[in-house]
Design a protein around this ligand. Structure first.
Ligand code: ATP
Ligand code: MG
Length: 273
């Protein structure tokens, strides 16, 4: 079970003076059960690729298949768009989440059950259901938007910068939800926060001006970013560990966080290496 992106090129406004090629010859395979971190600079094509995988638009050339079928939003793939709160349109959170489920043909009983279990999945209090989505705190609004997408129960889920503009408490909560989700769904996680995305992802894909600059496992990604001197693409802890290794210190570069890094350095120092 897999998403196959083959030789995808996408051009906006072709044949006009505004013609712009946002993706060029993108090849990528996203296996079921993984978290793929999709990163790259501003305007590198992340959201364009995300939309095409989500079936919002079709690539000008090349193909995208999900388990052998074309992408169908809400059916085989769900997407949490960048700034999803801008897309609320109903009077209550319940109505907003229920909208997509009604379109799927679920009964009222099934919709109620589905919404309850989705809120439980992400630890969102049920009292928000009667509230206006426009009057929620930012963190709660983001979780409510995530609930709308999750309620569809698609096997593949794309999250386009889900933690952007969130305070640190909401960020932690959202990251925790994504971590738990990744046991059940395959997640494509787009972010500019390199320490967040590399900590959560099994595989990484780096876009630059619409092209794939790197794709592979997260440890291989870190080696690549260090070798290529892409300091902005490597969390500070990893920069330190790779730097020490290069200076000849016998440290493990695959550390889990600050505590792990410190104990690794202490062990190497005790060994006198
Ligand atoms: N509808 C559109 N029409 C024309 N050009 C577009 C359109 N949408 C995006 N672009 C251009 O395509 C390029 C890729 O945009 P995209 O939004 O995919 O980048 P991104 O990597 O998601 O950037 P960001 O980090 O800012 O979210 C940018 O140069 C952008 O200006
Ligand atoms: Mg974007």
């Amino acid at each position: 079970m897999v998403i196959k992106i083959r030789n995808v090129t996408h051009t906006y406004s072709p044949g006009t003076p505004w013609e712009f090629t946002a993706l060029s010859n993108v090849d990528l395979t996203i296996n079921e059960g993984m978290v793929l971190g999709l990163i790259g600079g501003v305007g590198s094509g992340k959201s364009t690729l995300a939309s095409l995988i989500a079936g919002i638009g079709t690539p000008v050339t090349g193909s995208i298949t999900i388990d052998g079928s074309l992408p169908h939003p809400g059916k085989n793939v769900g997407i949490l768009l960048q700034q999803p709160e801008e897309f609320f349109f109903e009077n209550t959170v319940f109505a907003d989440i229920a909208f997509g489920l009604k379109n799927m043909g679920l009964t009222e009983h099934e919709i109620n059950k589905r919404i309850d279990s989705t809120l439980d999945m992400i630890g969102l209090d049920h009292f928000v259901l009667d509230k206006s989505p426009f009057h929620l705190s930012r963190g709660t609004a983001r979780l409510a938007a995530l609930a709308s997408v999750l309620a569809m129960r698609t096997k593949y889920l794309i999250l386009d910068e889900p933690t952007v503009n969130m305070d640190s408490k909401s960020k932690k909560k959202i990251l925790g939800v994504i971590r738990n989700l990744s046991e059940k769904v395959t997640v494509i996680y787009i972010s500019h926060q390199i320490h967040e995305v590399s900590a959560i992802s099994d595989q990484m894909c780096v876009l630059g001006h619409g092209r794939v600059l790197f794709s592979g496992s997260t440890p291989k990604y870190k080696q690549w970013a260090f070798k290529e001197n892409k300091e902005d693409l490597l969390p500070v802890i990893d920069q330190v560990m790779y730097g020490l290794k290069e200076l000849g210190m016998d440290v493990n570069t695959d550390v889990l966080g600050l505590d792990d890094a410190v104990s690794n350095i202490q062990t190497a120092l005790k060994r006198g290496k």
